[in-house]
Design a protein around this ligand. Structure first.
Ligand SMILES: [Zn+2]
Length: 143
């Protein structure tokens, strides 16, 4: 495997970089957390925030660059549909009208998001799985 730009063979798959970068941050968070724990009581807050970093929400810059494509979250459309239904069934005055609008938006987004997750997302994911990063020139290329 060679870089398509500079012909270096110092290349890594994005998936590997992503998993490695995420793992590194988890370890760093724990080490930092225990070190701060030995300080004064005021630094206890720092210990708390360091602990939350270990949940894996934080990543190295490299891991962020190599992150996989995201699926559309269908939670928001479902919430809109539920609120819309409640407004139609239980509401009075202008609320049922607003409920229909919310139901329409929620239904449309739900359909759009499902289409994206079913048709657009799988090729993006497989492209990501076949993508490599060159450690020499930093370019990302697909096999
Ligand atoms: Zn390169």
């Amino acid at each position: 495997m060679q870089c398509t730009r500079c012909n270096s063979d110092n290349v890594q798959r994005l998936e590997v970089i992503y998993e490695h970068g995420t793992q590194q941050i988890k370890t760093k968070g724990r080490t930092h957390g225990s070190a701060v724990g030995f300080g004064s009581g005021g630094l206890g807050v720092g210990f708390g925030s360091a602990t939350t970093n270990t949940t894996g929400t934080s990543q190295s810059l490299m891991a962020k660059k190599a992150a996989p494509p995201a699926k559309k979250q269908i939670g928001l459309p479902i919430v809109l549909i539920i609120i819309g239904l409640f407004a139609i069934i239980g509401g009075s005055g202008p609320f049922p009208k607003v409920g229909f609008v919310l139901l329409g938006i929620g239904g449309f987004l739900f359909w759009k998001f499902s289409q994206y997750n079913k048709q657009t997302y799988p090729p993006l994911l497989s492209e990501w799985q076949n993508s490599w990063l060159c450690n020499k020139c930093g370019s990302i290329f697909t096999q």
